[in-house]
Design a protein around this ligand. Structure first.
Ligand code: CO
Ligand code: ZN
Length: 334
């Protein structure tokens, strides 16, 4: 399968912290327009791409937002303070390049620390290269958001970039939409505000009332030096979620996904993630409950500016998603 990884590169470099996903939605719209019957944006900003069919109504979800930060204060000398948007790790922040929507760039510095345990978020500041509050205010306002810099690089079968969480999920959904011959009613939902609590997915699932839902997102791996033990590694196939902090996948959904993967010779790995969650956490609890599963892309250094994945796992994810949409489980409602 030949995937357009250059398009994934474009997706990762778009500005889209939680609450400001418009540029990502616009880009995805141009990608999918000629492959769908309906294209709309809902109240929260989710992009909903519909393909008419009969039979089951299947929702595919991938989140457009990335982690970032929001400016809370500007001091007399023009240094900025910020609050995190999503699961930002302090240890990843020192020396990081930060980008605003209108092009301003800053670097994150840290106050003098008396002891290592003083290393907390409130000791960090953002330096945008100005000397006064007035100069800073000409560039940035309180409440503005920013993302971390992190170029897209291909190295052998691997990719390194910022925001692979979850632009790779958006990419898998787009590529599956372009390829699917499913005769079912499909709604590809590119969600907003996942990183701050799966908010877009919640309202989208409630409004759509799908018979079945599949989310696509990244997951962690256990294949780096002295990593927390976890049986997911780069290059061994798409992850089929068993559990994370937001849901337990039902045995029927797991069996269906694994059976389709096995039948088509698509490599997969069982994913048990002992923390975190994704859009499925919200979707499977919508209304009376929605049968839900998750395809996970094994990714190292999640929520850093240099996340890493393996292209073969992305290919496996697209193949499996295409196959699942053609043959939804009999056990879903509707
Ligand atoms: Co994330
Ligand atoms: Zn994610």
């Amino acid at each position: 399968m030949v995937l357009d990884f250059a398009m994934l590169g474009q997706l990762t470099q778009l500005f889209g912290p939680s609450g400001s996903e418009e540029l990502v939605a616009e880009f995805i719209s141009t990608q999918v327009r000629s492959y769908c019957d309906e294209l709309k944006t809902d109240t929260l900003g989710n992009l909903i791409v519909g393909r008419h069919g009969s039979g089951k109504k299947i929702m595919v979800a991938a989140h457009m937002d990335e982690i970032g930060l929001m400016i809370t204060h500007i001091d007399k000398k023009g240094f900025l303070r910020f609050t995190p948007l999503g699961g930002v790790r302090i240890s990843n922040l020192i020396g990081q390049r930060v980008k605003f929507s209108k092009g301003s760039v800053g670097t994150i510095g840290v106050e003098k620390l008396d002891k290592p345990s003083d290393f907390k978020l409130d000791k960090l500041y953002l330096d945008i290269g100005v000397s006064t509050r007035e100069e800073a205010e000409q560039l940035i306002s309180i409440g503005e958001t920013a993302v971390f810099g992190g170029d897209f690089v291909e190295t052998g079968s691997r990719i390194i970039s910022k925001a692979l969480d979850d632009r790779v999920g958006c990419f898998v959904a787009i590529e599956a939409l372009k390829r699917t011959k499913s005769t079912h009613e499909l709604a590809f939902v590119f969600t907003v505000q996942e990183e701050i609590g799966t908010r877009g997915a919640r309202t989208a699932a409630y409004a759509l009332e799908p018979d079945l839902a599949i989310a696509v997102d990244v997951t962690a791996t256990g294949d780096t030096p002295k990593a927390h033990p976890m049986s997911v590694e780069l290059g061994s196939g798409v992850g089929i979620k068993v559990l994370d902090h937001s849901m337990i996948t039902s045995p029927q959904i797991k069996r269906w996904m694994a059976a389709v993967a096995t039948e088509r010779n698509i490599p997969f790995q069982w994913e048990v993630l002992e923390y975190g969650g994704t859009d499925s956490g919200a979707i499977h609890l919508s209304k009376g409950g929605v049968p839900s599963g998750v395809l996970s892309i094994p990714t190292r250094y999640v929520h850093s500016p240099a996340e890493m994945l393996d292209k073969r796992d992305v290919e496996a994810a697209v193949e499996l998603l295409v196959a699942l949409l053609e043959r939804p489980t009999e056990l879903c409602q509707g």
